[in-house]
Design a protein around this ligand. Sequence first.
Ligand code: URA
Length: 306
Amino acid sequence: MREIFETLADELRRASAEGDGFVSLDDESIAILKKFANAKPLATTGDTGFVDDVEEVKFVSQTEVEKTKFVKQVEKKVKVVDKNMDIAPIPNPTPFKLPEGDKQTRWNALRNIVLSDKVCAEHLRPEKNIVFGVGNLDAKIFFCGEAPGADEEIQGEPFVGKAGQLLTKIIGAMGLSRDDVYIGNIMNWRPECPRGNRPPTEEEMRYCLPYLKAQIEIIKPQVVVALGMTAVNGLLGVDPSRRMGKVRGKWQTYEGADLMITYHPSFLLQYATAEMKRLVWEDMMAVMERVGIPISEKQRGYFLPK
Ligand code: URA
């Protein structure tokens, strides 16, 4: 049992370091963790840790304080996605056709289609909004996040909460403003969850993806920046073997644009080390170079770890 939890802790540290903010657990694992969390401390040996006994999970010489500390650490890192949560089945994407015309005409039409989409509307909490992309239709850079959060569903605009404020600062550090770039999400509604946010399911992302692709098709950015693993999974398809540490900072292509993958701003706010923040800035400098934005010496020196 001790090995299992050490492996779990290692895996969570690795996932966290690579920018995965969430881990899905199946029912069996949840049951084992619950048992573990409720286990009574036993002071029978001098050994600190866990005994190998899945049927009856016990602590050995582990004080209540240590136990609570460990459980809190696990809880902090793991957002349990309850597989039994009632997520309504998601239909196939609704076919749509955009009118001929200039970018603005096509974008307006697409926005109307998304804002009146029945499936999106069915998933909203009362009084909340469908969230569609915003920004410059001639933008060279298209930032793609995962899904609206609490602030975004209230305001009906992507990236306006804490993570959004950080993204706005990053854009500012690039010498740009939100009006110079385009900002969208894979999802147009906030995934329903009784406790805080949860990552969207594959089906949910599959439903909304055509709307995101249509925005890329209208704007024709030179670079798409995928923010975080969920955005990458939404764009490129889910691949459990994909690791943020391996794919970030390397150019790929997506729908005719150059694709840069980097950490999500909310990951930067919660878990990232100074080195990781610098990596994001290096990714942003690569994006600036790619679209021809000059980089000053001062900018080159930003966010270097002390
Ligand atoms: N995180 C996202 O991925 N998108 C938002 O719009 C806000 C937070």
